[in-house]
Design a protein around this ligand. Structure first.
Ligand code: NAP
Length: 248
């Protein structure tokens, strides 16, 4: 059964990692996909080609989600190209880890801008279209770190905690118009990015997780699929931990 047949979705930051995994699962479920990236032109082209075998419309847009005007323009371009925006997945994110004593103002500001302000930018940009349609699902990629904190990631944890507060507020504001807003809080998800980490550390982290493995992009994509689809029409304002039991 295809769960997103005919739905038009925006996924930010889908050239690799979790965003790419979400795009793959959404395409299998019949969605038309507008995805963004910041600099990976080649990877975006490859993804466009790979997903077009599913006979849905797929288009990559080079757009900086932390830029308010660019987000507004993106939503207008997607409306022109696709005709509606049914689902928004705010997935783009970065890390600039350091202990507070060594964290620069620039690294704090950048992480807040790309992780948190982007969610405001994109949600605001699509909200007028969703309000007119009286329908929509917005899914924000948070992190377990935003719930529990993490030494060496004060900027990242703050940005993800802010996303959770934003999500709950938007759910309260837009619920009466049939627009839902939820967050997903992934735990340790093994992507291309984590391949460069010290193997011993990765093994140690896996051991700490009750399910004894790191997650993969598909684990997150399947939860995103649930929240994007009509299977979750009575779910809004929630932060769903997808972390193998890391956070209970
Ligand atoms: P990733 O592999 O580093 O991919 C990040 C994606 O975001 C890329 O497509 C990148 O595009 C894009 N991006 C970065 N800055 C952007 C900007 N300003 N505007 C538009 N796109 C931008 O990251 P990931 O591990 O898949 O993580 C995805 C999301 O899940 C993030 O929000 C992250 O915080 C969250 N998360 C990840 C984990 C984990 O363990 N991996 C755990 C918890 C939460 P380019 O390729 O062009 O740079």
């Amino acid at each position: 059964m295809k769960l997103l047949e005919g739905k038009n979705v925006i996924i930010t930051g889908a050239s690799r990692g979790i965003g790419k995994g979400i795009a793959e699962v959404f395409a299998e479920h019949g969605a038309n996909i507008a995805f963004t990236y910041r600099s990976s032109d080649e990877k975006a082209k490859v993804l466009e080609q790979a997903l077009s075998v599913n006979k849905c419309k797929i288009k990559g847009y080079k757009s900086d989600a932390s830029d308010f005007q660019a987000a507004d323009q993106l939503a207008k371009d997607v409306m022109k190209d696709f005709g509606s925006i049914d689902v928004l997945v705010n997935n783009a994110g970065i890390t600039k880890d350091a202990l507070l004593i060594r964290m620069s103002e620039q690294d704090f500001d950048n992480v807040m801008a790309v992780n948190m302000k982007s969610v405001f930018n994109m949600t605001k940009a699509v909200s007028s279209f969703m309000l007119k349609a009286k329908s929509g699902s917005i899914i924000n990629m948070s992190s377990v770190v935003g719930v529990k904190g993490n030494a060496g990631q004060a900027n990242y944890a703050a940005s993800k905690a802010a996303i959770n507060g934003f999500t709950k507020s938007i759910a309260l504001e837009l619920g009466s118009r049939n627009i839902r807003c939820n967050s997903i809080a992934p735990g340790f998800i093994e992507t291309e990015m984590t391949e460069s980490l010290d193997k011993k550390n990765v093994e140690h982290w896996r051991e700490q997780i009750p399910l004894k493995r790191g997650g993969n992009p598909k684990d997150i994509a399947n939860t995103t699929l649930f929240l994007a689809s009509d299977l979750s029409t009575y779910v809004t304002g929630q932060v769903i931990n997808v972390c193998g039991g890391m956070l209970t």
